[in-house]
Design a protein around this ligand. Sequence first.
Ligand SMILES: [Zn+2]
Length: 385
Amino acid sequence: MTANTERDAFGRLPEELRIKIIKLSPDPLSLRNLAHASPAMGRVLDRYALEIVEVVLDVTVPVQTRRLMGAVLKALFSRFPASLSEAQKVAKTDSTVATDEMRSSGLDRAAAAVRSLLATAENVHAWSHACLEHLVRKSMELRPSTLIEKGPGRTSREQFENAESRKDYLPQYTGPPSWVEEQRMIKSFWRLQFFLELQGASNKGRLGTCWPRQEVEALSKSSPDGFYDMFNFEREQTLTACDFFGAVTSGAITLVAAVHDNAYRLPTIRWIEGAVPRCSCAEPPSFERNKDNFFQGPENLDANQMSYHFQRFMSNCDQYEDAGPVLLAFPFQPWRKYGFAIWDGKRMADLGMRDPKGKSFLRNRMKYSFRWFSILTEEDLRDLP
Ligand SMILES: [Zn+2]
């Protein structure tokens, strides 16, 4: 007993203080690590599991991700959204992490569910970092061209295809993912996680009691990007996660390996030796009013993402009064594989894909539309309308 207490300094503190300390965990991962590293803290977590996880998530996790995590936690208590449409809106509907029913279900069950949620959070976080690492590497391979003069042609596409240009821009490394980039990725992987869990529950017949049969069928035919009630830019972010997930599980990406233990959740991810990135989680930044030129502040997390906005703008002729239509009716898809649905303005500027000066992502839009166009591969162009 004495030896244990000596090794676990937290064991010498009164329980009230331990509860206060564990509730100050800066994120779900630290909470899990603290409970692992110190048996005394682990006991506190097990005893007050729901209360502690609720406080930590409320303070440290952005709202939509928190709701998705809450939905995964509820699923661990076999509580699912009451209908398909409720499930589709789960990230956008106000909810608490724990319910009274969960609180009255017994300490052991709550402790096991919270431990399982935290293990899932660690895996979702690992998937997010692996995907970001892959996208950063991929985007650094880009070799965009600079427009010198548009060429002859009837359409903008022809003018761009025949343009005189120079391959003179080398992407600059921005550094590890910013807070908003990481949080976009984490949210996308939680969408994937909850969707898989829901499909798993459905397959085991656990939704059948409350959902009509056609809703259960609709779920089984859905994909994560088509399932949720979300904006198109959010769909592109979800697809970025889905693309990576598909490429890892099919073996097309070998940066990491996925260990499948259950088809209805994200597989456990493991870094291949030599590929392990530095662990660097960004803190949420704060900016003076109107100084967030690159849209990196927390208020941009759930807002329209600027690269998506730029792509819509250059693909929509109505919006080009002075410059004329630029890239007609191209979908976002070919740019998704470089992480453009996730990146903030700083990384886009360093990649040479937006003007580095000023807040407007439309500054010098002709020049940057051409840069975007110049990185399309032959394959991309062949598949485009
Ligand atoms: Zn991180």
